[in-house]
Design a protein around this ligand. Structure first.
Ligand code: MN
Length: 345
């Protein structure tokens, strides 16, 4: 009996030890990447149009990760950067990627989007090798086999952080800073409802690696840059974080704008002023602006277009002075788009 117990004990010990072996499963992804048809020449990482901090930093950091794995990959941006993103790149001494206006004939890795309406022009004539994202799946179709990694987390840079860890590539300081900034930007300093456990894991390590001593004051500097809109016209402000959507036959345009106590009402009026122009230039039926006061943390939803008021009121309550006020800073992706598309159905 004693011998049998001893035998069972050792059997359990062996099982436990085998389980403690380092997890080799990540190598499957590395091998899958190697199986992609990379072709000749450079592959470009690129985020969505009207690039924000997550779209841009994800393209920059993922290009670096791919280069560390031995691939010829460079980051591009599909247009001028907003002030927050420019501030972040400057803070970590990373060059602003070159602008790409047309993707025809290029090999691409898309970050932070998978929706044709948000993608660079010429996307239908480009070869898409990978999609790395954290949104709902869009309508991009692709004939060749591709590598897709999307996760329900707070930022695309959180997804990319997990790839650095899985591929055992060291995260050096500037890229830690970029990924942290993107995470802070997309989740409003980890306070938005999109923030997950994995975002906190990434946050803790990236803070340590980035060398930022006081994250809250750094986030404040990012917000100051974001809401300064220094030197920008009203239409440039409106389009700086603007996205197109197709919802049950409606062409919808939604922008997010930051404000502070001293400019909130003025900013709302300025954005209302340019909505007719946006509707015309972008071919939209409905246009919305989420103006978020980053100091007092509330959002005014502005609307324009036939049926916009009715749709908005049935989703979010009664409007006053052409706006609906919601407590807290709204996430376009999680708090606004799903509710709006539900009522438009
Ligand atoms: Mn994002």
């Amino acid at each position: 009996m004693k011998l049998k117990q001893l035998f069972l004990f050792f059997l359990l010990l062996i099982c436990a030890c085998t389980k403690m072996e380092p997890d080799q499963s990540a190598d499957f992804d590395i091998k899958a990447l190697a199986s992609l048809d990379w072709g000749e020449g450079v592959t470009y990482t690129i985020g969505h149009k009207n690039p924000d901090t997550d779209a841009t930093c994800s393209a920059v950091c993922y290009a670096y990760l791919m280069r560390k794995l031995g691939y010829e990959v460079e980051a591009r941006v599909p247009g001028a950067l907003n002030n927050e993103t420019a501030f972040v790149l400057d803070r970590f001494k990373i060059d602003i990627p070159e602008i790409m206006n047309d993707a025809s004939g290029k090999s691409l890795i898309l970050t932070d989007h998978s929706e044709t309406s948000q993608a660079i022009d010429g996307i239908e004539d480009a070869k898409i090798l990978q999609i790395i994202d954290h949104h709902g799946l869009g309508n991009i179709v692709c004939a060749n086999p591709l590598f897709i990694k999307t996760m329900p987390v707070g930022s695309t840079c959180t997804v990319i952080y997990s790839s650095f860890k899985e591929y055992r590539v060291e995260i050096i300081q500037p890229y830690a800073g970029l990924m942290l900034s993107a995470l802070l930007s997309d989740t409003n300093n980890l306070t938005s409802s999109t923030t997950t456990e994995l975002d906190w894991v990434a946050y803790r390590e990236l803070v340590a690696l980035s060398g930022i001593a006081d994250v809250d004051s750094y986030y404040q500097q990012m917000q100051d840059a974001a809401s300064s809109y220094y030197g920008m016209s009203d239409i440039e402000i409106f389009l700086s974080d603007y996205k197109d959507y197709e919802m049950s036959g409606h062409n919808v345009g939604v922008t997010c704008v930051n404000s502070r106590n001293d400019n909130h009402d003025a900013m709302c009026l300025r954005m209302l002023d340019v909505m007719p122009q946006v509707m015309k230039e972008k071919g939209r039926d409905l246009v919305f602006a989420l103006v978020g006061n980053v100091q007092d943390e509330y959002t005014d939803i502005l609307f324009y277009g036939q049926g916009a008021k009715e749709a908005l009121e049935s989703a979010f309550g009664i409007s006053r002075d052409n706006r609906i006020r919601i407590p807290g800073l709204m996430s376009r992706k999680k708090d606004f788009i799903p509710k709006l598309s539900e009522v438009l159905e």
